[in-house]
Ligand binder design. Structure first.
Ligand SMILES: Cc1cc2nc3c(=O)[nH]c(=O)nc-3n(C[C@H](O)[C@H](O)[C@H](O)COP(=O)(O)OP(=O)(O)OC[C@H]3O[C@@H](n4cnc5c(N)ncnc54)[C@H](O)[C@@H]3O)c2cc1C
Length: 299
């Protein structure tokens, strides 16, 4: 459903859908995200901004997105916000021209360095994994102010983790949000969860920390959150070596619990007009909501 234009057209105009998306998104404008980030900062929570949109078809659009992020980095600096940014390679033109995408990412990372900030590179569906890793490696060779998302549902991720540890890379570990075949991704949720735990422990290991790595534990799964907190305490992992990362508006009580326990936490705040595919993926993560929404769309 996230890729269905017919449904997107209709759903985005539906008041019920617009209302329900506001749980995950403070608003469509950057200003809405910045206001929400200031509020999070007062609670001791850092943020990450991402402008929704993917798979662009024109070079001009990629330029527009790049300029937008350059401006975000300036605005974040002037506002004194503890907000990083997260970008999708396809938004920077990966499908159109790889060299252009690399240049765009480089411009953003250079500006982040000037503004003492940090850029995360999202991981998209499996055909993009090699290209994204290549983009990341080349950018990371020029600046440490860039990190990459890796997906625990892919079998290959264990090997990718091993190859990135010696670089002291900042890694955001996620379960993975796309529909992937069992030939490349664990079909069972229990296996994905276990792989997440194993990979996270490896990324928190003394060897990874000595190399200078940083781990973003990006999950709302309370069981994983607690198991990894136990690992962190048991192995005296310093708070500079990791952060929990969650999406704005999801598992608020768990977020509060982490803050109260003094754990570092960042929430990713999405904004922009192109929220439909992203929203559909969020629903897919919680199937109980899906029928409720479908009934309301067609009612
Ligand atoms: C900061 C951050 C960055 C991300 N970046 C990427 C990326 O670059 N590439 C990528 O493929 N994926 C990314 N994701 C998405 C990720 O892959 C998962 O799809 C998503 O986080 C859901 O998995 P989970 O780990 O929270 O666990 P799940 O097992 O899916 O959920 C655990 C529990 O969390 C709660 N929960 C989870 N999702 C929701 C929801 N939508 N609404 C309400 N409750 C919910 C439920 O109570 C559920 O039982 C990112 C996620 C985060 C938090």
């Amino acid at each position: 459903m996230s890729t269905n234009p017919w449904l997107r057209e209709r759903a985005m105009r539906t008041a019920f859908v617009r209302r329900s998306v506001s749980t995950f998104m403070p608003g469509e404008r950057l200003e809405d995200a910045m206001a929400a980030a200031a509020e999070q900062q007062r609670r001791g929570v850092g943020t990450i901004f991402t402008k929704l949109g993917e798979n662009l078809t024109r070079v001009e659009e990629a330029e527009e997105v790049t300029r937008h992020y350059l401006d975000v980095l300036d605005k974040v600096k002037s506002a004194g916000l503890r907000a990083q940014i997260s970008v999708k390679p396809t938004q920077l033109g990966l499908d159109l021209d790889k060299a252009l995408c690399f240049d765009n990412l480089q411009r953003i990372v250079d500006r982040a360095a000037e503004r003492e900030n940090f850029v995360w590179v999202d991981m998209e569906s499996s055909p993009y994994v090699d290209l994204t890793l290549d983009l990341f490696r080349r950018t990371r060779a020029r600046s440490p102010r860039v990190g990459i998302a890796l997906q625990a549902y892919l079998y290959r991720t264990a090997a990718d983790v091993e190859s990135l540890i010696p670089l002291g890379a900042a890694i955001r570990l996620v379960k993975g949000a796309y529909l992937e075949p069992p030939s490349i991704a664990y079909p069972k949720k229990a296996d994905v969860d276990e792989n997440f735990y194993t990979l996270a422990c490896r990324l928190l290991s003394a060897e990874a920390r000595q190399a200078g790595g940083l781990l973003h534990i990006a999950t709302h799964d309370p069981r994983l959150v607690d198991r990894l907190a136990a690992f962190i305490d048991q192995h005296n992992v310093p708070s500079a070596a990791y952060e929990y990362a969650m999406l704005y508006g999801i598992q608020r009580a768990l977020q509060q619990r982490l803050v109260q326990a003094g754990r570092p936490l960042r929430v990713l705040i999405a904004y922009g007009e192109y929220w439909f595919p992203w929203y559909m993926r969020r629903l897919a993560e919680r199937p109980a909501n899906v029928w409720f929404v479908i009934k309301n769309i067609f009612a």
